[in-house]
Design a protein around this ligand. Structure first.
Ligand SMILES: Cc1cc2nc3c(=O)[nH]c(=O)nc-3n(C[C@H](O)[C@H](O)[C@H](O)COP(=O)(O)O)c2cc1C
Ligand SMILES: C=C(O[C@@H]1CC(C(=O)O)=C[C@@H](OP(=O)(O)O)[C@H]1O)C(=O)O
Length: 416
């Protein structure tokens, strides 16, 4: 993939996300053991992207083709064996091969890099995925807790669901069956204005990206399919002016810079006054601005010391408020500034230990059971994959937006 030049990145940052997806971490996923260790082959020099293509490598170390020996002339119902044969005329039975979700490791690696690049442009953006349904079992939205997501093997924001699902999936797994799931991915802090009319819609690209993940059979944005049941009044996300205390103050520090230790060196307008130079360590999210660095705070959080240290304040109106988010953060293909909410459904794993009817390559009817090491619910490991696709699409749209309109955008307020 190609990222903008100057994005700080190293293998450990990418590895963090790969570790969320890698197989064999608990009894609820495939028992294939892969370290999924990433190596950066090109495009990064002295800890930053150079702007040339970044090539990453993850090796397969635990493939076991012999597991597929029994089904080498048969097609697994629900997997891609039959369509690959119909298209290419070659039955490569060694695991899923090109159709295997082993490939999703590379998506997560790319997503790790995309996250770092997004951080450099819009540090407030947070992308989080979680499961909202496994088979017939839904989470309790009233019990939603962001802090729970990392605390259980299913990435579920509801502690009770996590323990109920553990028992449910264990039973299914032991019986040699599998089950489908729904994953929700939310991007918070995305600025309004990403996406373009007709051919470059943000929702079109997000839907395509999510649909391209193995086993995905449905994608929804915001209210999604349920919008069909609403009236216009119920679906309207009503718009309100934000309170003045929420106004954003952008403070520009002329000549400020980030030093090699990750410390922001801020200096007052008077360059000779060395006494008053001060250093700020990672407390605030500064962004690079022409001739210095800028910091955005709410009017409420504005502190006099920032101005005393040479910051030049420009007040911007806060974003409009909405009564609800049926739109899922996208209207007319363009982000509204609200949370971007995408859901996708994955089908149950097709490689199961229960007998199913199928045919052979030569057309005889037969039966099949699929042994080997398979995920009883692919939804679990699809969570980091969905997050990665969200990151890649958002980064693409941030760069497209910047290419077309620069940093300008329509600001709602008295001067509009
Ligand atoms: C993270 C993840 C893990 C998966 N693990 C398995 C698996 O262990 N066994 C299997 O048969 N399918 C698995 N799948 C699904 C197959 O890759 C997928 O069904 C297959 O490529 C056919 O493509 P389609 O379902 O998109 O039409 C997994 C999918 C994902 C996203
Ligand atoms: C290896 C991974 O998942 C694989 C996805 C997969 C499939 O059909 O999609 C089938 C299994 O592959 P194999 O039988 O070759 O071990 C899973 O283990 C991975 O995600 O890294």
């Amino acid at each position: 993939m190609t990222a903008a030049p100057g994005v700080p990145v190293d293998a450990a940052m990418i590895q963090h996300w790969l570790d969320k997806r890698k197989p064999g971490q608990n009894k609820y996923t495939t028992q294939r053991r892969e370290a999924d260790e990433v190596r950066i082959l090109s495009g990064v020099f002295e800890g930053v992207t150079t702007g040339t293509p970044v090539q990453l490598m993850i090796e397969n170390t635990d493939q076991r083709s012999k597991d597929y020996g029994d089904i080498k002339d048969k097609f697994r119902p629900g997997h891609a064996d039959i369509t690959y044969f119909q298209k290419y005329g070659v039955r490569d039975y060694r695991g899923g091969g090109r159709s295997s979700a082993r490939e999703t490791a590379s998506r997560v690696a790319a997503g790790g890099l995309a996250r770092e690049a997004i951080k450099a442009i819009a540090p407030q953006v947070q992308i989080t995925g979680y499961m909202v349904q496994m088979g017939p079992h839904k989470i309790d939205r009233d019990a939603f807790d962001w802090n729970q997501i990392e605390q259980n093997p299913f990435w579920v924001p509801d502690a009770k669901a996590a323990s109920d699902w553990a028992e449910y999936l264990d039973g299914l797994r032991k019986s040699g069956s599998s089950v489908g799931a729904i994953i929700e991915v939310v991007a918070r802090g995305v600025p309004a204005g990403l996406g373009a009319p007709v051919y470059g819609k943000l929702d079109t690209d997000l839907a395509a990206a999510m649909m391209s993940i193995n086993a995905v059979k449905g994608v929804e944005i915001g209210e999604g399919m349920s919008a069909a049941m609403l009236t216009g009044e119920l679906n309207a996300d009503e718009i309100f002016a934000p309170p003045a205390s929420e106004d954003i103050v952008e403070i520009f520090f002329k000549g400020a810079r980030l030093d090699s230790t990750g410390t922001y060196i801020i200096r007052p307008q008077n360059e000779n006054d060395k006494e008053r130079w001060f250093k700020v360590k990672d407390l605030f999210h500064f962004t690079e601005a022409e001739g210095g660095m800028a910091l955005q705070v709410t009017r409420k959080a504005l502190n006099k010391r920032m101005i005393a240290n040479g910051g030049l304040p420009i007040v911007k109106r806060a974003e409009p408020r909405y009564s609800s988010n049926h739109a899922g953060g996208i209207l007319g293909g363009i982000s509204t500034g609200q949370d971007i909410v995408v859901r996708f459904a994955v089908k149950p794993t097709s490689s199961i230990l229960t007998t199913r009817k199928t045919i052979t390559k030569t057309g005889e009817e037969t039966e099949i059971i699929t042994k080997g090491r398979h995920d009883p619910c692919v939804g679990i490991r699809a969570v980091p994959v969905g997050e990665a696709m969200m990151a890649c699409v958002l980064l693409d749209h941030m760069l497209l937006h910047r290419g077309q309109v620069g940093e300008n955008r329509g600001t709602i307020g008295p001067d509009a």
